[in-house]
Write a protein that binds this ligand. Structure first.
Ligand SMILES: Nc1ncnc2c1ncn2[C@@H]1O[C@H](COP(=O)(O)OP(=O)(O)OP(=O)(O)O)[C@@H](O)[C@H]1O
Length: 671
């Protein structure tokens, strides 16, 4: 397993609660309780098990409506059209009643056939006019509601994404990326569905229900009272179903987010999966996650079946009883046939709308669950205190960096010091190589310099200023990292080189950085040169090319401190040579801190610091440390400079020889 693969594996394991106390650096003493403000584990998002937990802020449709404030004008006009359409629709049963009454009056000889015909024609024109008005108002209502909702959701997505990228690194240590992208896609889609169709349909149905009920009472208070008598049972059924369904739908969405996180992680690492022929294993893993979604879906299906099987027959049965009583009233002469017809139409309208409410309630419930998760994320305050505004000028020779008795535990493992009493000083223009066995804390040191985390104790200063007081953008221009596996975006080469800079750069500057990084040659050979796209994660480039691209990116920032996770172990000899040359070029005229994997780098550094169990146990030049015969000389003998990075025996012998004939600092002169 490669070094970074191991480290990713470790990071993955850190998400498993059972392994939380594990650490590679076994001899690191356990920190005292509550090492500082970062002691609390970074809060992750809720899991399916938390779906019912009331600890999550109660966020519902009201919060979604609050988000719609900027669209208040559009929504008010849409609501006006909603009223018009509902009123127009409710006029139809009354007109239908008049048509029937005209016929029954003509049949009973109360009016002439010609008068009845005139009444029929008049009412037909009225119906056509009313339906035209209802159609126009409904169309405008739908357009206005939907367009407002689309704008609200667009703003919400952007805000959510902005909030996500502002979270501290520790948050991403414990929250799978797949889950977060699920928030952005699935949860916002569920909210959009609710906001576009469901809320508008719900409003329409509610209005039709209320106005229809009024019309039912106006048409026949006796029939309306009988209908009302059956209402409590219907409401009880509905309430029980809505509660159950809300629980199941929320849990199902949370399980879906977990499944999506699994899928995303595995698809992103599909090459590794295939190289180990683990397709079957990951399909089983995904199947288990999909089964979890299924089990909540099946529970919801049972609830839906029971509700449909009991509520619908009950509703039809009670309607037939009302029709029977209405027929009795007509026979007794207490009601006209037209009114009975109008009443039944109103009853159908109202029950249809009530059914519509039940239908849209499911998607609203899903949206409330989705909204709760989205707003919970949106309301999360990054745990890392904000940076200051200082921009130290420092020395032109490079930055100075000083760790003084730094103690640090990762927020996800607050009870296990990774750095304990770490002290190290780099003066302007100096190059320092960090060496030591895997898990000793070398990469952690680099992460602290980038201020991904804050130490719980001790101080870390850049140019004499506490790193927390330095402006973030300034810091990340002053300090640039070339990682062992640099991240390359699926954009053009030019985009990737310019990614680190916060100013306009000229083509000449980009090319100069590429030349210095020994990347210009291969870039110019590509058909579209600097405009060539590199594929997802830079798959269209070789490992060495990706690395030289990352070096060019770092150089364009003109950093005063260069952090190198020297990364040549995975490269072939030719690539390694080119990357080495590029790194030497990059290290010129600035301070350098390098996690060294090659002996030549170590011997070329001004100072070597041996990191063990979270602190510097030895420091000095290569030859001085070799002469001392301590931890460093043992490392050299064991050829261990970093996990997975062995040193050729011949190289050790060469360096030993060089070390004995010089002071060691310039045997393979990196600077
Ligand atoms: N994000 C993280 N959350 C919790 N623990 C972490 C995290 N990253 C690293 N660790 C732990 O911190 C310890 C030091 O890791 P670090 O990567 O700094 O070591 P290293 O010396 O760079 O090792 P290597 O040479 O293998 O890269 C390890 O025990 C590791 O498991």
């Amino acid at each position: 397993m490669g070094r970074k693969q191991q480290s990713r594996q470790q990071q993955h394991e850190q998400r498993q609660p059972l392994l939380q106390n594990g650490s590679d650096a076994t001899d690191v003493e356990a920190p005292p309780p509550a090492p500082g403000p970062a002691a609390a584990p970074a809060a992750a998002l809720p899991t399916a098990a938390d779906a019912d937990a009331d600890a999550a802020p109660r966020v519902g449709v009201l919060r979604l409506l609050a988000e719609a404030k900027p669209e208040a004008g559009t929504i008010t006009i849409a609501t006006f059209f909603l009223f018009i359409a509902a009123l127009a629709n409710l006029a139809i049963p009354k007109i239908a009643g008049r048509l029937i009454d005209a016929c029954t009056q003509a049949a009973a000889g109360q009016i002439t056939a010609a008068a009845a015909r005139a009444l029929l024609d008049q009412n037909l024109y009225l119906v056509l006019a009313v339906m035209g008005a209802a159609g126009l108002a409904s169309g405008l209502r739908a357009y206005l509601f939907n367009s407002a909702a689309e704008r609200v959701m667009c703003r919400l997505r952007v805000r959510l994404f902005t909030q996500l990228v502002q979270q501290e690194v520790a948050f991403f240590d414990v929250t799978p990326v797949g889950e977060l992208s699920n928030r952005l896609s699935e949860d916002t889609r569920a909210m959009k569905d609710a906001a576009t169709t469901s809320i508008s349909m719900m409003l329409r149905s509610l209005l039709t229900c209320v106005l229809g009920a009024v019309m039912m009472f106006i048409t026949s208070w006796r029939l309306a009272s009988l209908t009302c008598a059956t209402l409590p049972v219907t409401l009880l059924m509905f309430r029980t179903f809505a509660r159950l369904n809300k629980r199941y739908v929320t849990a199902q969405l949370t399980s879906a987010a977990a499944a999506s996180a699994t899928a995303q992680e595995v698809l992103a690492g599909i090459r590794t999966v295939k190289s180990f022929a683990k397709e079957g294993h990951i399909v089983r893993k995904y199947t288990s996650a999909a089964n979890d979604i299924l089990s909540w879906g099946l529970k919801s299906a049972v609830a839906s079946g029971v509700f449909t099987g009991s509520a619908i027959p009950f509703a039809f049965g009670s309607m037939m009883v009302v029709l029977w009583y209405g027929a009795v009233l007509v026979l007794q002469g207490d009601m006209s046939l037209g009114d009975l017809n109008a009443y039944m139409l109103y009853a159908i309208f109202v029950s249809g709308s009530a059914g519509g409410i039940a239908g849209t309630a499911a998607s609203l419930i899903a949206a409330v669950g989705a909204g709760r998760r989205v707003f919970q994320l949106m309301d999360r305050t990054p745990q890392l205190p904000p940076s200051g505004t200082l921009k130290p000028a420092g020395s032109p020779a490079g930055a100075s960096l000083e760790f003084k008795d730094v103690h640090f535990a990762y927020p996800s493992r607050p009870d296990s010091w990774v750095l304990s009493g770490f002290s190290l000083a780099i003066s302007p223009g100096q190059s320092v190589a960090l060496v030591g066995a895997s898990g000793g804390g070398k990469s952690t040191v680099v992460k602290l310099v980038q201020r991904f985390y804050d130490p719980q104790r001790g101080s870390l200063t850049l140019d004499g200023i506490d790193i927390r007081s330095i402006d973030t953008t300034f810091l990340h221009q002053a300090v640039a990292l070339v990682a062992q596996e640099p991240l390359v975006f699926s954009e053009s080469i030019e985009y990737n080189i310019c990614f680190g800079v916060h100013r306009q750069v000229t083509q000449a500057e980009i090319e100069a950085a590429a030349v210095a990084a020994h990347a210009h040659g291969f870039i110019s050979a590509l058909p579209q040169g600097y405009a060539s796209r590199v594929g997802e994660a830079g798959v269209m480039l070789s490992g060495g090319q990706r690395q030289r691209l990352a070096i060019a990116r770092a150089l364009l920032c003109a950093p005063r401190l260069l952090l190198l996770d020297e990364a040549t172990s995975a490269l072939d000899a030719e690539s390694e040579h080119l990357v080495q040359q590029a790194l030497q070029e990059a290290a010129r005229n600035r301070s350098v801190m390098v996690i060294a994997h090659r002996l030549s780098t170590v011997t070329g550094a001004d100072m070597v610091a041996v990191v063990q169990a979270g602190s510097v146990v030895e420091s000095g030049t290569h030859s001085a440390l070799m002469a001392a015969g301590g931890a460093y000389s043992q490392l050299v003998q064991r050829q261990v400079f970093g996990a997975g990075a062995g040193v050729e025996v011949q190289e050790v012998q060469e360096v030993e020889h060089a070390g004995s004939s010089s002071s060691g600092a310039d045997a393979h002169g990196q600077k």
